[in-house]
Design a protein around this ligand. Structure first.
Ligand SMILES: [Fe+2]
Ligand SMILES: [Fe+2]
Length: 279
């Protein structure tokens, strides 16, 4: 996103006010400004853009080589240097023998920008460490399987985190479809595009929403959605090290490495380690 420098400086009270700010305060202000700009863009889009219908999206299935619910790690990517070349899957770097959670961030989750931005936003808003961790991990399931990613993601981390963190990850998927004014959470505009402008969530998602809304950990799951919505800013870079201590306290890293601890989900981590295995 390009920055309107003058508007940013005006919003902070002018050049003199900016000169008196610490480096960190300036970085925070820039981030807030970018998020506000992103928000305004989304509102404008809803007014002006034409979104596909459910039927139109369904008709596209016949034209696809892969299914939309396929995990991100299986996806082919275009070569930016050669945009006309057919998309290819990149060769994945080797993982350490006993991989830890952050090794997956380094070697398998690409930039992980969306996850790190969600977690950073939650941290800056003063959310609990468990919510920050839930935000950092909330879309991990999508690397394995985008369809039902909240459920895959919760299952993937369940043996290693508190029940509350797994709950927040599992139910953020259903809660994303339901606004909550108490948390200033609105239906995401990008869902008009992804699901169709006339999409109605199926009964099992509606039931999951009702269940979560009446649960004692509703807030934790809801906070994942509020920090999720605004966390798609390409201009903000967050260092994963910012979350090492929180993960150290709330993610029980198995000594044998993720994928090799004999847990009921070890195979899911192994698939992330080697998605090129033929069987
Ligand atoms: Fe998600
Ligand atoms: Fe997300």
């Amino acid at each position: 996103m390009s920055i309107d420098r003058e508007a940013l400086i005006r919003s902070l009270g002018g050049e003199a006010a900016v000169a008196g700010m610490s480096h960190e305060a300036r970085a925070d202000a820039l981030e807030e400004f970018q998020i506000a700009a992103l928000d305004a863009t989304a509102a404008a889009r809803r007014e002006t853009e034409k979104f596909p219908t459910v039927a139109e999206l369904e008709a596209q299935i016949d034209t696809r080589a892969t299914r939309r619910g396929m995990g991100k790690i299986f996806r082919a990517a275009r070569n930016k240097a050669d945009p006309d070349a057919p998309p290819r899957v990149p060769r994945l770097p080797k993982m350490p023998e006993k991989p830890a959670l952050f090794d997956f961030f380094e070697f398998r989750f690409g930039s992980g920008a969306h996850l790190k931005q969600s977690a950073a936003l939650a941290k800056r808003k003063g959310c609990s460490e468990e919510v920050v961790l839930a935000c950092l991990l909330h879309d991990l399931g999508g690397f394995l399987m985008k369809a039902d990613h909240g459920y895959y993601g919760a299952q993937l981390i369940e043996p290693y985190v508190s029940e509350k963190v797994a709950f927040a990850v599992r139910y953020h998927q259903a809660l994303r479809f339901y606004p909550d004014a108490d948390y200033a959470y609105e239906y995401p505009v990008r869902y008009f595009e992804a699901f169709g402008v006339d999409y109605v969530p199926p009964p099992h998602i509606e039931a999951a929403y009702e269940f979560a809304r009446n649960h004692r950990w509703y807030e934790e799951a809801r906070l994942v959605t509020t920090n999720d919505l605004y966390a798609f800013n390409p201009g903000v870079r967050i260092d994963i090290d910012e979350f090492r201590e929180i993960a150290g306290r709330h993610f029980r890293q198995p000594a044998e490495g993720l994928g090799f601890d004999g847990s009921p989900v070890a195979h899911m981590w192994r698939t992330l380690i080697n998605p090129d295995a033929p069987l």
